[in-house]
Design a protein around this ligand. Structure first.
Ligand code: ADP
Ligand code: MG
Length: 237
């Protein structure tokens, strides 16, 4: 078993923030609920990826987080698994709106996130709907009406549905901005800001990004409160 320093050095993990908890270097060390551990074992995963190892203990303290790690590093479960635990802690009624909201730049990525949420969350009875453009609204509106714990959405479509007043975000307390750099590159900043205005200020906000340019720093400074920053490898600016 490696010490925290040796583990962080080996996996090129650097953190900034006050009293950052040490990474979870194995699934067993996470104290995750058994139904979630069963799913990660079923998926054939042997250990958390570095971004997961360092994100999970921070996110489970209900702190805001900025996580910067390259594509393919396992960021999705980095925020989904603490999101599942957040859901268990809050016991909200999914009929009055989602508790967890994930914003994603594209339909394809949003669908992949939903697939992971369903695969790893179904034994915890977590429900998830996915909202994206380029498809009819009717089925998505019906999915919303059935109620969901988690909504994964592209900013354009979610904003359209908000303007129709067909979804309420008043119960969201765990907000994820995934692939934040790509969302900004695609020009979604105005839609993101409108959506965030509908989410209560008392919330946990998590931002995941592959790069850390100044536009992303700016929106992080506006939307997150005293975040812990986790970097894996060299940060590409
Ligand atoms: P990113 O968002 O950083 O690009 P993903 O979350 O899409 O990365 O994960 C990339 C791949 O790694 C996915 O196929 C995912 O199922 C897999 N994966 C996630 N966590 C682990 C793990 N702990 N061990 C092995 N594979 C994992
Ligand atoms: Mg991703």
């Amino acid at each position: 078993v490696l010490s925290t320093d040796a583990y962080c050095h080996r996996h090129e993990i650097t953190v900034t923030g006050d009293n950052v908890p040490p990474p979870f270097t194995s699934f067993e060390a996470t104290g995750l609920p058994s139904e979630i551990l069963r799913e990660v074992h079923n998926a054939g995963f042997s250990s958390p990826t570095p971004i997961q190892a360092q994100s999970w203990p921070v996110a489970l303290q209900s702190r805001d987080i900025v996580a910067i790690a390259k594509t393919g590093s396992g960021k999705t479960l980095g925020y989904l698994i603490p999101g599942f635990i957040h859901l268990k802690r809050c016991h909200n009624n999914s009929q009055s709106g989602p508790t967890v909201l994930v914003l994603s730049p594209t339909r394809e990525l949003a669908t992949q996130i939903q697939d992971e949420a369903v695969k790893f969350g179904k034994s915890s009875r977590i429900s998830c709907v996915c909202l994206y453009g380029g498809a009819p609204k009717g089925p998505q509106l019906r999915d919303i009406d059935r109620g969901a714990d988690i909504v994964v959405a592209t900013p354009g479509r979610l904003n359209d549905i908000l303007e129709m007043r067909r979804i309420s975000l008043h119960q969201v307390s765990y907000l994820v901005l995934d692939e934040a750099d790509r969302m900004l590159d695609m020009g979604f900043e105005p839609q993101i800001r409108k959506i965030v205005n509908e989410v209560p200020a008392r919330r946990q906000t998590l931002m995941y990004t592959a790069t850390w340019p100044k536009e992303v720093r700016k929106i992080a400074a506006d939307l997150l409160i005293n975040p812990v920053q986790v970097n894996i490898g060299n940060v590409d600016e």
